[in-house]
Design a protein around this ligand. Sequence first.
Ligand code: MG
Length: 501
Amino acid sequence: MLSVKSTEEIVSKLFERLKRITHLNYASALMSWDLETYIPSAGAKGRAETLATVSTMAFEMFTAPETGALLEELLSRQDKLEPHVKDIVRVCYRDWCRKRAVPPELHRELTRTSAEAQVIWRSAKMESNYAKFEPYLKRLVELNRQMAEHIGYSEERYDALLEEYEPGLKASDFQAMADVLKDGLKELIERYGSESIPLEGNYEQDKQMSLIRKLVFEYMGLPEDRFRIDVSAHPFTIRIGPKDVRITVRFKENDFVSAMYGAIHEAGHASYELGIDEIYEHTPLAEGASYGMHESQSRFWENAIGRSFGFIKLIYPELKEYLNLSYSPELVYRAVNTVKPSLIRVEADETTYNLHIILRFELERMMINDSAFNFKELPELWNCKMREYLGIVPVNDSQGVLQDIHWAFGSFGYFPTYTLGNIYSAQILWKLRQEYPQLRTDEIDVDLLKEIMNWLREKIHRYGRSRLPYELLVDATGWKPSPEYLLNYLREKLETINPNS
Ligand code: MG
């Protein structure tokens, strides 16, 4: 039936369909944003149900046989398609096959179990009671194993899950990078580990917000008419429409560092979303290339730029004006770059952070691949790796194996993307230093930041999901992903801070 139609007609039918799906996704996004920010507390339960209905509608419309038929027809006429349409068809078909591979009953079972698991996880974490969470974790791992079997893989089961977050990457590739990092990072911790330097003070929330607005709009150059900042318990970035991207921040009155860097991090994510070429709008390609590539943009601004001495010197007058800061730029620089092993991932410093990730990756890889995995032993394994990698052991499971929500969400394969973000970001910095030698000095200015943002848009952002993260990185930097850039970047920075260590 389709074959009698012209290619233009089929393309416009596909685009119409993708647009309706995107509109449903934007409706979900707006409801999620509201759920995390302004909803009255009693409204949360009803909202969760509404969200489930709307997102199921989008899922069903995308995975419908009609979508597949349009895509397959266009795949057979590829030579007649414009290049960007060809990309859209290829990526959508990949998504369609992957989503269709998982039986709807399994998908529903996973959603239902993870909703229950999150409730149990919260109380298990509060009581530090791993045994309470264990059966749910076991069930979620079993369901994920089944999902991986349906999706398929060539080397190991975990790869099928990793593919969702970092297309094209194998667990064995990540393990090889992780092994290099483990040795290198442990060496850096031994050499540069020190006590933290608290930048204590009384920092009013609205003053912190004014500072953040100044940094994000004037220094990073985010557009005021397409972007906004709100407050939530957990900071996040969300795209709600083609020209509507939002971030949230969380404040502490005695510490400006966490909100400021949190905001720079999220604004880095937002700059990616805002930089995607409009030709991909209303298609699944209007997203980052991968979770790792997305994270590279947030880490780049937060760490590679934000924690450099040049940046701290540049924004120092603002820190004085808004926060009345009495500490010197040198002390701020030292304080935000301290290396100190700690128990909680989200509070970890830039250097030790990756060891928290490697530990989680190694454990979840074991759980997914090994069908005979003994879940009773998980806390012990966790503590054993903490001792080996960071030299400290949690006193209870709420500070150990129960600290993150990811597994309760039923997400396995997500953690490595945090470290990939750091690896890609360091590599991008290395390349930018070649192109803008001024970046190697401590004398950076707003014009340079503007040029850097344009470079990122040109080399990374605009492509959306039309290219694989690996290809994007190799084309942008000239190098394959390698942990050496990250180790060198950290080593160099820590040496300037501690010249005698
Ligand atoms: Mg992030």
